[in-house]
Design a protein around this ligand. Structure first.
Ligand SMILES: N[C@@H](CCC(=O)N[C@@H](CS)C(=O)NCC(=O)O)C(=O)O
Length: 214
């Protein structure tokens, strides 16, 4: 059997890793998965830090035949965009470049999840909140709700069958694991009718609600 071209360092309860797993599945790309147990602190091991100085997952390695891997991609959005650039036609996850406003719509929604929601619920951040005497549950659900309400308001203008129009895009790829995490954090998802209506379609690929916490 051929060795998969991709290697992903991942954790099953990481929403950022979920994004990458979903995109690889949608594009029908095989990968070897290397498990980094965040709860055991494996992201802070010397080996992992050498690969990813940020001490996070996911990390994507592209092993091209006959070439050395010279650059591990250590940011999930950069990894998603890389996959999109090298395999644009196998289930395109961005609108055509001739539709720059649709691109901007997708990226706006992607950034709401990746910049305005996930960083607040990152394990190391939540631990710091708890260490400082804060209520982790309130912290998590508050930021998730605020971000998802923004997503909802934007998607109410952009959505068709999916978040932007009628085709699945990187926005949905990022949204799905964010919803898994929100479910785990008791976010009132019924307050997000547009988001929930289109998620009831066939967007659930590449994992399950049980597999994400942050
Ligand atoms: N901006 C980074 C964030 C990565 C990130 O925060 N990953 C989380 C899991 S979703 C993590 O590895 N956390 C480890 C920790 O906080 O110690 C990305 O999009 O890849």
């Amino acid at each position: 059997m051929a060795v998969p071209e991709f290697e992903v360092h991942t954790y099953n309860r990481s929403s950022c890793s979920g994004r990458l797993r979903i995109a690889l599945n949608l594009k029908n790309l095989q990968a070897d998965y290397v498990y980094v147990h965040l709860f055991k602190g494996e992201q802070r091991s010397g080996n992992h830090l050498q690969l990813n100085p940020s001490g996070t997952v996911p990390v994507l390695l592209h092993r091209k035949e006959g070439e050395e891997v010279t650059f591990p991609i250590t940011q999930s959005i950069a990894a998603l965009e890389y996959l999109e650039e090298i395999v644009p036609n196998q289930v395109p996850l961005l609108p055509p470049l001739s539709q720059p406003l649709d691109h901007a719509k997708v990226r706006t929604l992607v950034n709401i999840v990746a910049i305005d929601i996930q960083p607040f619920s990152n394990r190391s951040v939540v631990k710091r909140v708890t260490d400082l005497g804060g209520n982790a549950e309130e912290w998590n659900s508050g930021f998730m709700m605020k971000g998802l309400q923004a997503y909802e308001a934007v998607a109410a203008k952009t959505a068709g069958k999916y978040s932007v129009g009628d085709r699945i895009t990187l926005a949905d790829v990022c949204l799905v694991p964010a919803i898994w995490a929100a479910e785990k954090n008791s976010v009132e998802l019924e307050k997000l009718p547009t988001v929930m209506a289109h998620l009831r379609g066939d967007v659930r690929v590449g994992g399950s609600p049980e597999s994400a916490l942050e």
